[in-house]
Design a protein around this ligand. Structure first.
Ligand code: NAP
Length: 326
C-alpha cells in the first residue's frame, strides 16, 4: 500500500481509500451488511487507513457499520464524514443562505451524532456535504468549525464540492480556512485539473477524489442492457440512451489504449493517482472482491505519460446527476 500526505494536515493516508455511500443502502440498493463489514476489514488488512462516509449515507447506517469495524481493529484508521445540508438538497443551489443551510448549532449537533454513530471521540476530517462559494465570509459556520476543533471533536475540516463544479470552492480555498477539499475527478470529468488542483498544490490543501468510476460508468460493467434494482439512483443517473453512450465511450478508451475492457477500473484509478496533488481516491466498494482489486492498484505506480495524454482525449463534460436535467 502506498501512502500520501493529506495536504498539510500531517496525516499520511492510503492513496486508495474506502468510499462508503453504497454500504449505507440509501440511494444505492443491493449492499449486504455482512459483506460490507467483511469488505471494510479486508481493506484494513491490506493497509487501507482512510474511510470516507457521511451522516446522510443511510441516515447514519454507513457510519455505524464503520464504527462496528473500527471497534474490532487496533490499527489507526482515519475517518472523514460530512454534515448534510439542513434542507437535505443536493447539490446546493445558488442563492441559498448559509445561515439556513449550515447554522453553527446544527453543525455541532450533526458532528455529535456522527461521533456517536462512529463510536469515536474525534472525527479526523469533518466536511460540508455541499458548498457554494458565495458563502465565504457569511454565517457562523466558521466559528462552529473552530469551536469543534478546539473541543477536540474534529481535527480537520473541508468541503465536498457540488458535482462537476470544481470552480465552486476556489474562493474558499483562497481564504485559507480549509484543510481538504473533496471533488469529482475522473477520466470523464477532468475539470479539477484546470484550476482547483494547481491551487490545492499551492495552498497545501488535501485532495480527496470521489466518484473515480463515474458511478460505475468507468468500470466497463455498464452495457446498454444493464438493469438496476427499482429505487436505485442509477436508474436515473444512467437513464435513456446514457448506458449506450457510456458503453461506447468506454470501448473507445480500451481500444485507444490497446487494453481489454476488464482493465478499465485499474486504468481509471491510475489516471487519478497519476496526478501528484491527489491525496487519496475513494472508490465506492461493497464487496471483498472489489476491495482486493482496488487495493492492488495502490502500488505507487502511475501511468505512462503517453497513456495519460491519450486519456485526456476522453474528457466528457456533462452532468447526469438528478437536479441537472438535460
Ligand atoms: N457529494 C459527495 O460528497 C459524494 C457524492 C458521491 C460519492 N461520494 C463519495 O465517493 C465515493 C465513491 O463514489 P461512488 O461510490 O458514488 O461511485 P464510484 O466509486 O465512481 O463507483 C462505484 C461503483 O464502482 C463499482 N466498483 C468498485 N470497484 C470496482 C472494480 N474494481 N471493478 C468493477 N467495479 C467496481 C462498484 O461496484 P458494486 O456495485 O459491486 O459495489 C460501484 O458500482 C462514495 O462511496 C462516497 O464515499 C461523495
Amino acid at each position: 500500500m502506498n501512502y500520501r500526505q493529506l495536504g498539510s494536515t500531517g496525516l499520511e493516508i492510503s492513496e486508495v481509500g474506502f468510499g462508503t455511500w453504497g454500504i449505507g443502502k440509501s440511494a444505492w440498493l443491493g449492499a449486504e451488511d455482512n459483506e460490507s463489514v467483511r469488505a471494510l476489514h479486508r481493506a484494513i488488512d491490506l493497509g487501507l487507513n482512510f474511510i470516507d462516509t457521511a451522516l446522510a449515507y443511510g441516515e447514519g447506517h454507513s457510519e455505524k457499520l464503520i464504527g462496528q469495524v473500527l471497534r474490532e481493529r487496533d490499527e489507526t484508521v482515519y475517518v472523514a464524514t460530512k454534515v448534510p445540508p439542513s434542507n437535505l438538497e443536493w447539490p446546493a443551489r445558488p442563492g441559498l443562505r448559509v445561515e439556513e443551510i449550515f447554522p453553527g448549532a446544527y453543525i455541532k449537533e450533526c458532528t455529535q451524532t456522527s461521533l456517536k454513530n462512529l463510536g469515536l471521540e474525534t472525527i479526523d476530517v469533518q466536511q460540508f456535504h455541499v458548498w457554494q462559494d458565495e458563502w465565504v465570509g457569511e454565517g457562523d459556520w466558521l466559528e462552529a468549525v473552530d469551536d469543534l476543533k478546539k473541543e477536540g471533536k474534529i481535527r480537520f475540516f473541508g468541503v465536498s464540492t457540488n458535482d462537476h463544479e470544481p470552480h465552486n470552492a476556489i474562493r474558499l480555498i483562497e481564504t485559507g480556512v480549509i484543510d481538504i477539499v473533496q471533488v469529482i475527478y475522473n477520466v470523464f470529468d477532468q475539470g479539477s485539473e484546470d484550476k482547483l488542483l494547481p491551487l490545492c498544490q499551492e495552498r497545501g490543501v488535501g485532495v480527496i477524489v470521489r466518484v473515480p468510476f463515474d458511478e460505475g460508468g468507468l468500470t466497463g460493467t455498464i452495457t446498454p442492457d444493464t438493469e438496476f434494482e427499482e429505487g436505485d439512483f442509477r436508474n436515473d443517473y444512467f437513464r435513456g440512451e446514457r448506458k449506450r453512450e457510456v458503453y461506447e465511450r468506454v470501448r473507445r478508451i480500451a481500444r485507444g489504449l490497446g487494453i481489454e475492457e476488464d482493465k478499465i477500473p485499474e486504468i481509471a484509478l491510475r489516471y487519478i493517482l497519476s496526478h501528484p496533488v491527489v491525496s487519496t481516491v475513494i472508490p465506492g466498494m461493497r464487496s471483498v472482491r472489489n476491495v482486493e482489486r482496488n487495493m492492488a492498484v495502490a502500488d505507487g505506480k502511475g501511468l505512462l505519460t503517453e497513456q495519460v495524454q491519450k486519456l485526456k482525449e476522453h474528457r466528457w463534460v456533462r452532468n447526469f446527476y438528478p437536479g441537472f436535467r438535460d
